[in-house]
Design a protein around this ligand. Sequence first.
Ligand SMILES: *[C@@H]1O[C@H](CO)[C@@H](O)[C@H](O)[C@H]1NC(C)=O
Ligand SMILES: *[C@@H]1O[C@H](CO)[C@@H](O)[C@H](O)[C@H]1NC(C)=O
Ligand SMILES: *[C@@H]1O[C@H](CO)[C@@H](O)[C@H](O)[C@H]1NC(C)=O
Ligand SMILES: *[C@@H]1O[C@H](CO)[C@@H](O)[C@H](O)[C@H]1NC(C)=O
Ligand SMILES: *[C@@H]1O[C@H](CO)[C@@H](O)[C@H](O)[C@H]1NC(C)=O
Ligand SMILES: *[C@@H]1O[C@H](CO)[C@@H](O)[C@H](O)[C@H]1NC(C)=O
Ligand SMILES: *[C@@H]1O[C@H](CO)[C@@H](O)[C@H](O)[C@H]1NC(C)=O
Length: 382
Amino acid sequence: MRVSTVLLASATAAAAAPTNVTSFYSTWMADSFLSKKHPIDNHYVSNVINEGIRKAALAHKNATLLSWASKAISSIVDANGTIKNWDPYYYSLDDQRLGNNILYFWDAEGRKEKKYEIAAASLKAQLDRFPRNDEGGFWHRSPTYPNQMWLDGIYMADQFYAQYTAYFQPDNTTAWNDIILQFDLIEKHTRNQTTNLLAHGYDGSKKAVWADPVTGAAPHVWDRAVGWYFMVLVEVLQIYPKELPGYARLLGYFTSLAAGLKKAQDKSGGWWLIMDEPYPGAKGNYIESSGTAMFTYGFLKGVRTGLLDSQYKQPAIKAYDLMIEKFIKYETNGTLSWEGTVSVGSLGSNGSYEYYIGVPLGENDGKGAGSFMMAAAEYEML
Ligand SMILES: *[C@@H]1O[C@H](CO)[C@@H](O)[C@H](O)[C@H]1NC(C)=O
Ligand SMILES: *[C@@H]1O[C@H](CO)[C@@H](O)[C@H](O)[C@H]1NC(C)=O
Ligand SMILES: *[C@@H]1O[C@H](CO)[C@@H](O)[C@H](O)[C@H]1NC(C)=O
Ligand SMILES: *[C@@H]1O[C@H](CO)[C@@H](O)[C@H](O)[C@H]1NC(C)=O
Ligand SMILES: *[C@@H]1O[C@H](CO)[C@@H](O)[C@H](O)[C@H]1NC(C)=O
Ligand SMILES: *[C@@H]1O[C@H](CO)[C@@H](O)[C@H](O)[C@H]1NC(C)=O
Ligand SMILES: *[C@@H]1O[C@H](CO)[C@@H](O)[C@H](O)[C@H]1NC(C)=O
């Protein structure tokens, strides 16, 4: 057993933690999650945790953890390629997120297992049947959110869509154009060109109570939605063919959002739950941990893969230090818990500031902790 010793990243962190730890935070958090026996299923949260564990494992070449992640995905796909507890005729973009983990293990382990190919093809076939708004954007969920696109949904579906296309239909220009269309639409309707931040989503039919009469946009910038979007941009840029015209647009969306995020970072190193003015610092608003983890991951992976220049390293390190200091809880049995993640943010609400700040926080929320594992894995690769 190889145990690594790392000094904590900052002096402030030492106050809240042991003076050093004999493990990396990414694998430590991954281990802690395994000890909590979280569910293994096709839900997107389980898949964010699974991806966090996998990325921690890969950063440290830990075959035990990697094999755990691999077996978990294998266990939810039957030998004939049927995904357990999945309804092919229920249209919710959240369900597509699993596809990404399926494709990872289809490719990475070199076995090109047929059952994964079948499962991925059925998810893609579901996407081909998905209801869309007038401009061709996938509905976030049917029939609950007609004509609506949310930043969250871009993360849930479009990395899978791009990876599937890259593996199985690399010359399918229709698919590549359709993928970039999803980004173009969400950009057109939700980005504020002054702040470079994006509202949570929009309604193409402008009927939702919160919809702006001109753009259809939701009124607020919610940190986790922007976090999902920042992460999917850095992932799809690894996949999208550079020679297609869409690539330069995607890169522009990513780098300009990075600039907006750098500007919006609080002096503590974190980001506010509601990020649009005048709410940062306002009564009821707070520094939220899942968004902070996602932005940290996006910055660090962006820098590592050459998409961002090195000016983004310092903000990411500052955010990482804050997470270690503020959002990690050291349990007496040696495991870690993760704090400060808002349980939900939905455009099924009235979309108001009061709604978002009224949603409770959860402990060990996988949307935050899984993203933290990814961010910590990137940090440890620095
Ligand atoms: C890999 O992770 C397992 C379980 O988390 C841990 O017990 C083991 O020490 C790690 N192995 C190495 C080589 O770091
Ligand atoms: C870290 O803590 C362990 C156990 O308390 C100790 O043996 C080790 O010397 C410490 N390492 C550093 C670099 O301080
Ligand atoms: C350690 O303690 C935490 C918090 O009480 C608990 O959730 C977890 O299951 C425990 N893990 C082990 C391995 O005992
Ligand atoms: C696939 O296998 C599962 C479990 O054995 C079974 O329930 C399902 O009906 C099978 N599906 C098809 C399409 O054969
Ligand atoms: C190409 O992609 C489109 C959009 O995803 C899809 O509808 C179509 O079936 C694909 N064509 C082929 C030949 O796979
Ligand atoms: C964009 O953000 C600026 C600065 O907060 C604000 O003044 C402006 O109203 C916003 N634009 C839109 C369309 O919301
Ligand atoms: C919106 O919903 C929140 C609770 O989620 C409530 O506090 C607020 O008063 C509502 N605002 C409007 C304008 O209905």
